[in-house]
Design a binder for this molecule. Structure first.
Ligand SMILES: Nc1ncnc2c1ncn2[C@@H]1O[C@H](COP(=O)(O)OP(=O)(O)OP(=O)(O)O)[C@@H](O)[C@H]1O
Ligand SMILES: [Mg+2]
Length: 245
């Protein structure tokens, strides 16, 4: 079992869109997937048709095992640990980075027999507790928009979470709009300064909003549109990096 966190300090960069599409693609490859929604907004849970039946705080305070919180999603082979508003209190319930890491690692080992891949949809925040969760994951996938604020947020993560290099963090460019000269210039010139970036891009596309209206990942809803093709290419790149067959 591999645990992949999808994380960025900057909000609205396509983390949740990435989580649900990768989950659908992994499941199509026969891998049982758990989407662990750690963002109190609960967008991934909502898209996957799994609104929380139980509040995660019972899990974070150690009262109940993780398996009590898992529900099926609208997709075959994809389960969800749905977010709820009690996640707002995550930082009060969990004392520090070390405790957060231990809790998720214990949960991951309890789930290792059932799932081939756990994808954690992270909130856009940088706290010791969040850092602990990231440390418990095998890989960290970082969507970065070709915008100054998104790149600045990535630089901040790179500087403050320097341990993550060892985990082979996986940044990639998202929401690139080829009509924008700034975006093209960034990819053609600036990206050369970041050799660690995956060479797969997610284009800016109106299909992302349509996916929300359908409440279905784009790779399921409209598999032939460019955005779905982009996500299939990303999954193809990621699979060997996660040692998944
Ligand atoms: N490739 C894309 N092209 C255009 N719009 C996109 C793309 N990917 C996502 N979006 C849209 O951008 C918005 C934010 O996407 P999403 O919720 O996936 O980001 P996020 O990083 O998870 O946000 P948050 O930080 O709030 O959790 C949504 O309205 C989504 O439909
Ligand atoms: Mg999100």
């Amino acid at each position: 079992m591999r645990a992949l966190a999808v994380y960025q300090l900057k909000g609205g960069v396509g983390k949740t869109t990435t989580v649900v599409n990768l989950a659908a693609l992994a499941a199509r490859d026969g891998i049982p997937v758990l989407v662990w929604d750690m963002d109190p907004q609960g967008a991934a849970s909502w898209i996957l048709g799994a609104e929380a039946e139980r509040r995660q705080d019972g899990f974070w305070s150690g009262r109940e095992p993780v398996s009590h919180y898992i529900q099926p999603s609208s997709l075959p082979k994809v389960d969800v640990l749905a977010a709820d508003s009690s996640l707002r209190k995550f930082h009060q319930r969990v004392e520090n980075k070390k405790e957060a890491r231990l809790i998720v690692e214990r949960a991951f080992s309890a789930l290792a027999e059932t799932y081939g891949l756990i994808i954690v949809d992270c909130p856009p925040m940088m706290t010791p507790q969040m850092e602990g969760v990231l440390k418990g994951c095998d890989r960290i996938l970082l969507p970065v928009q070709p915008s100054l604020l998104s790149i600045r947020a990535y630089e901040q993560i790179r500087r403050d979470y320097d341990w993550a290099k060892k985990k082979q963090w996986l940044p990639f460019v998202t929401m690139i709009d080829r009509r924008k000269p700034d975006h093209l210039r960034w990819v053609q010139q600036e990206l050369l300064n970041y050799p660690e970036f995956l060479r797969t891009f997610i284009a800016y596309s109106a299909s992302a909003e349509r996916m929300l209206q359908a409440r279905n990942p784009i790779v399921e809803e409209q598999p032939s549109v460019p955005l779905a093709r982009n996500y299939r290419a990303l999954w193809k790149t990621l699979k060997p990096l996660l040692n998944l067959r």
